[in-house]
Design a binder for this molecule. Structure first.
Ligand code: HEC
Length: 356
């Protein structure tokens, strides 16, 4: 009786203990059954001794006992709840399936949203393209806009100057370039036209500041702006710099190096598609409309920028030049002062392709 009570208490403790530890029901039942088995073993120990057997009786008793114990063991094992890997697999599969379905639904949603964004982007692009056809970029816009704020093109140019950190190497109004790496720009407007400044920014090899030969040869001024700046930015920046005309400033004189001024005329600009995106790798042709005129061509770079060098002499002044690329074309009249042997002879032409 004492052993039964102890076993009962033990069973209760094991049941609640394993429950508190988070074991599943099946295990709780199993632990209690083990306590029960322990109780049975103690009962067996208390049982009166079996009379001694010998001969074939002993053999039968031994085999009988073996069969009884085996039967109990196997029967008990069968009666107990079984662990079936397939059942578990199925459960896991079910869980995963629900998650996967949820994930797929989310993915689908994201895809739909992305498609909507794309459609909107296309819409705004076509709208921009339409707006562009209504209002082609004015030759010298006085009012421009930056982030919705109206400002003059000179103010915008100052903003671009700050944005691209030209002040790291240049000084304007005594500010910037602590390391004196590049020339002071306060009087640059007295030497260079908007067009020339644009070219210098887009191609630093185009000209150099007198006294800065060394720096020029080493390519100190970065040759990256043609890939970074939009045409609007370059134009605004150049327009701003062209207003800097302080004769007391020590801005060095620019010296043109790229081409022999008297023998050439450079046509340069950007090619864009109807949405305003630069078109790379398109062949641009410039044809002087004159007997014996030499046509020339160039291919646009990644920024849609091209540069064509035409052989044109002093007597070619006033020649009409046709610039074309992929169906789009524009004409201009080559104007320059034949007596001026310093200023670069050039004209910029931006082309818009009908379809990309
Ligand atoms: C890492 C230094 C560096 C940066 C940044 C830099 N430049 Fe320069 N720049 C120079 C040097 C050096 C020269 C002189 C050598 C030469 O002309 O190539 C120069 C020359 C010039 C000249 C010719 C000046 C003259 O008197 O003839 C102009 C114009 C100019 N830079 C404009 C700009 C603008 C605009 C920017 C910003 C978009 C800029 N630079 C950014 C180093 C720099």
């Amino acid at each position: 009786m004492r052993k039964f009570i102890v076993s009962l208490i033990l069973a209760v403790v094991v049941w609640f203990g394993s429950g508190a530890l988070g074991f599943p029901h099946v295990f709780q039942v199993m632990f209690v059954v083990y306590v029960g088995l322990g109780f049975l073993v103690f009962l067996l120990l208390d049982a009166p001794p079996v009379p001694q057997l010998s001969g074939w009786k002993a053999l039968v008793a031994l085999v009988g006992f073996y069969l009884l114990i085996s039967g109990l063991y196997i029967g008990g094992a069968i009666a107990l709840p079984q662990y079936d890997p397939n059942v578990e697999k199925e459960k896991i599969a079910k869980l995963l399936e629900r998650r996967r379905a949820r994930f797929l639904a989310k993915e689908h949603e994201v895809e739909e949203l992305l498609q909507k964004v794309k459609a909107l982007e296309e819409k705004t692009q076509t709208l921009f393209a339409k707006l562009n056809t209504f209002a082609p970029a004015p030759v010298s816009p006085v009012e421009v806009e930056s982030q919705g704020r109206p400002m003059t093109i000179v103010e915008r140019g100052k903003e671009v100057y700050e944005l691209y950190e030209c002040y790291n190497c240049h000084k304007i109004g005594g500010k910037g370039s602590v390391k004196k790496r590049g020339p002071v720009l306060d009087n640059i407007g007295s030497f260079l036209t908007v067009e020339d400044i644009k070219r210098k920014i887009l191609d630093p090899a185009y000209l150099y500041a007198e006294g800065f030969e060394e720096e020029h040869k080493k390519g100190r001024m970065p040759d990256k702006y043609k890939d970074l700046m939009t045409d609007e930015e370059v134009t605004a920046l150049a327009t701003y710099l062209s207003t800097l005309k302080d004769p007391t400033a020590k801005t060095p004189r620019p010296i043109f190096v790229k081409t022999d001024v008297q023998h050439g005329f450079t046509v340069f600009g950007h090619v864009r598609d109807a949405t305003g995106k630069p078109v790379a790798g398109v062949k641009v042709k410039a044809v002087p409309k004159k007997k014996g005129g030499h046509a020339a061509s160039a291919t646009t770079n990644e920024a849609g920028y091209y540069e064509i060098f035409l052989h044109m002499h002093n007597e070619d002044v006033g020649t009409t030049v046709v610039v074309s690329a992929d169906g789009a074309s524009q004409e201009f009249v080559a104007q320059f002062d034949p007596a001026d042997k310093v200023t670069k002879r050039q004209h910029s032409v931006d082309l818009v392709l009908r379809q990309s």
